[in-house]
Design a binder for this molecule. Structure first.
Ligand code: PMP
Length: 394
């Protein structure tokens, strides 16, 4: 039987995830692999959040919940967004979704017609092109340059904007760890207005900022009417498995998105939403507790990287990743990652798995316990040093 083009062409030919799958296989065969691959916290959801979840479930919040989200969680998210950004926001600007991923898909469904072009920036979070294609649109990558520390280039976005209806950005950024500057975001806002683009702003790492400040582009002049912000409980509250996120945008878009949710997800479990409301109002200490291990490991990493000159560090300003430049070894990111896994059983993601703009780089997730993390990074650096010496002698 024939399957739809949409489903069979969702992902491209090369996914660059071989190292990841190989590491998983080695682990299952009993090898002691240090996994610095995916963005999953090494702590589980906080007991206080689980308590709120269990209480809500026991009180009977296990039936169908309101499709747009409970009033309580929509109000909580709206108040949080308004406090953090100053942009007036009510529950009518908010729809709760099963995680940020579902919000990314819904946002593209809301603004792209079949055949429209949806822009996204390379390097990118792995699901982006497939999400845009899943909504029926053509996914077009716009590179950012290692030489610009992967800050977006508004001229390049402008040059790619013919037939485009939307631009998807992500700050703090996965995979680069870069936080977009005000200057970058103002230039993006100008292009979006001039080329009449929707801006889909993925801000799921907004509580993980180590340097500088997170700026939501929805605050910029003229942007609230054309920006859809994607948020999530996954990273801020170590609730990846709970599948709870949201879209914040103009009321008219939210109305249509509620209609889409009625015909697709039918909402998010009530006890998960109650736990999320609890977590979002529990105060900054809880969020800081979840962000703290990454903050500490980032500073351990800075010390290790500053003591050598082979591996370059893309400014590690936010999120739970480091993007490292290994071009001095003469290897591609993929070859370096494979060699590191074979020689030292340390698994990292090749930059190439996030698009061609990150070639010659690797992404290191700061998701193992401090001492093991520091030791793995030290090993990685001396391995790179050996390879670079060999390369220089060739
Ligand atoms: N956006 C980015 C940039 C991510 O890294 C992730 C998860 N790794 C998501 C969105 C989706 O997260 P979730 O669906 O768990 O909210």
């Amino acid at each position: 039987m024939k399957l739809s083009e949409r489903i069979t062409h969702l992902t491209g030919d090369s996914d660059g995830w071989d190292v990841f799958y190989r590491a998983r296989r080695m682990l299952s065969e009993g090898h002691a692999v240090t996994e610095l691959t995916i963005g999953e916290h090494d702590v589980r959801t906080d007991p206080s959040i689980l308590h709120a979840m269990a209480l809500s479930a026991r009180e009977g919040h296990t039936g169908y919940a309101m499709v747009p989200g409970t009033d309580l969680l929509r109000d909580t998210v709206a108040a949080r967004v308004q406090t953090r950004t100053g942009v007036p926001t009510t529950r009518n600007n908010v729809m709760i979704t099963p995680g940020g991923q579902s919000a990314l898909f819904a946002a593209h469904m809301a603004v792209c017609d079949p055949g429209d072009v949806g822009l996204f920036l390379d390097p990118y979070y792995a699901t982006y092109p497939g999400t845009i294609r899943g909504a029926g649109a053509v996914a077009r990558a716009v590179p950012t340059a290692a030489e610009d520390a992967f800050q977006p280039n508004a001229d390049w976005i402008d040059a790619a904007a013919n037939d485009a209806v939307s631009l998807l950005i992500n700050t703090p950024n996965n995979p680069t760890g870069v936080v977009y500057s005000r200057q970058s975001l103002e230039a993006i806002a100008e292009v979006c207005q001039r080329r009449d683009l929707w801006l889909i702003s993925d801000e799921v790492y907004d509580t993980q900022v180590w340097e500088g400040e997170h700026l939501s582009p929805r605050v910029l002049q003229g942007m609230a009417d054309r920006t859809l912000v994607v948020g999530s409980m996954s990273k801020s509250h170590a609730m990846t498995g709970s599948r709870c996120g949201w879209i914040v945008g103009p009321e008219e878009v939210i109305d249509h998105l509620i209609n889409l949710a009625t015909h697709t997800t039918y909402g998010v479990p009530g006890f998960i939403q109650d736990a999320s409301s609890f977590a979002l109002t529990a105060g900054p200490e809880l969020e800081e507790k979840i962000a703290a291990p990454f903050r500490l490991r980032r500073s351990l990493a800075m010390d290790i990287l500053q003591a050598q000159s082979t591996v370059g560090l893309v400014p590690a300003q936010g999120a739970m990743y480091l993007m490292l430049d290994v071009r001095k070894t003469g290897l591609s990111g993929e070859d370096f990652a494979n060699a590191l896994l074979d020689t030292h059983t340390i698994a990292v993601m090749p930059g190439e798995s996030f698009g061609s703009a990150a070639a010659g780089h690797i992404r290191v997730a700061m998701t193992v316990e401090d001492e093991r993390f520091a030791s793995a990074l030290t090993t990685l650096c001396s391995f790179a040093e050996q390879l670079a010496q060999r390369h220089a002698a060739e």
